[in-house]
Design a protein around this ligand. Structure first.
Ligand code: ATP
Length: 321
């Protein structure tokens, strides 16, 4: 099955800044993919490359098999997009902006826009300039959804929304995916995104360090906390693949993939340290450990990337529904 969006070895530089560094990912239909990373990690650049607003220095971006540089209008017609700073005509009312935008899309847009706006509690006669930040975010979302796009790309869509609307909005992403549509969601609200994402892509300093099914990531990664004496310097050879290692004053925190628990117990006995605490971390814990490791000058290892294999991508289409 053809991926809905694909980046193949995409590199984008702004002067000396490498915003995207050889990024490859491929998202199948019917999937909610979370795009995570620190400020400046390259999330918006990835999104803008997919929409044809940025031209990669090398590599290719594809949306539904189309090159957004060559077919920008066809791509944008099939994609709903909300930027992190949505631009709206301030002097229009909610109804007017719906009516105005409907002129760019086939019939049915206005009815769907009115339905979504009502669900978000927006009043048609209200002027955009009189709306709160959250109200504006709701208008931008309603506009992006009203043409029932096959792909919805959202850059920090929930900032400014109150907790209830945020929750309802994110849960509606699951419904969209169940209908076979695809959602690419860039966000810093990791805990909330964790509730809805099928796939997780993590960018660190422009590099894609993780791209896999969220449930696989959470199932295979363990957090290990080793109590160690202050000033501990000995290198520890974890029985498993270390994704991130964060030394603290009295302890060493490791995120380990495919941990061998028995070997860990034997190792701690050999080191003469108390039995380590082991648990399955949340997505936020994993992300924070990766960010801390990078801040400490370390590197985060790239886990296996099953998504470049077309057979696996096809097998996963419409999963978890
Ligand atoms: N037009 C531009 N000119 C120069 N540098 C840019 C430009 N756009 C992005 N950058 C730089 O590229 C890097 C990636 O930026 P990008 O906006 O893609 O990150 P991000 O992950 O979306 O960040 P945030 O979470 O803060 O929105 C940053 O270092 C940023 O300063």
């Amino acid at each position: 099955m053809q991926p809905v969006l694909q980046l193949q070895r995409v590199t984008k530089r702004y002067g000396r800044t490498v915003a995207l560094d050889d990024v490859t990912l491929s998202v199948p239909p019917g999937t909610v993919c979370a795009l995570l990373g620190a400020n400046g990690a390259g999330k918006t650049t990835a999104i803008r490359s997919l929409l044809g607003f940025e031209r990669p220095d090398s590599g290719t971006a594809t949306v539904m098999g189309m090159d957004p540089q060559r077919q920008p209008l066809e791509v944008r017609r099939r994609v709903g997009y909300v930027s992190d700073k949505p631009a709206l005509y301030e002097w229009m009312t909610v109804d007017e902006i719906g009516w105005f935008t409907s002129g760019f899309y086939p019939t049915g847009f206005l009815t769907e826009f009115a339905r979504i706006a009502a669900r978000f509690g927006l009043e048609g006669k209200q002027k955009i300039k009189a709306l709160s930040k959250g109200g504006r975010a709701k208008v931008a979302l309603a506009l992006s959804l009203a043409h029932k796009p096959q792909l919805l790309i959202l850059d920090e869509p929930t900032s400014g929304l109150d907790p209830l609307v945020r929750r309802e909005f994110l849960e509606s992403m699951i419904d969209l995916a169940a209908e076979g549509r695809t959602v690419l969601l860039s966000s810093h609200q990791v805990t909330e995104v964790e509730r809805v994402a099928d796939l997780v892509a993590i960018l660190l300093n422009g590099k894609l360090v993780c791209f896999e099914r969220l449930e696989d990531l959470k199932r295979t990664v363990s957090e290990v906390v080793l109590q160690t004496p202050p000033g501990w310097r000995l290198p520890v050879s974890m029985p498993g693949k270390v994704v991130a290692h964060v030394p603290r004053h009295h302890e060493q925190l490791f995120m380990v993939r495919d941990l061998d628990q028995a070997a860990l117990t034997a190792m701690s006995a050999q080191l003469g340290v108390p039995a380590p605490q082991v648990r399955h971390p949340s997505l936020e814990d994993i992300l924070l450990a990766m960010l801390r490791e990078v801040r400490l000058g370390g590197t985060v290892e790239l886990p296996p990337d099953p998504w470049t294999t077309p057979a696996v991508a096809a097998e996963t289409a419409g999963m978890h529904r």
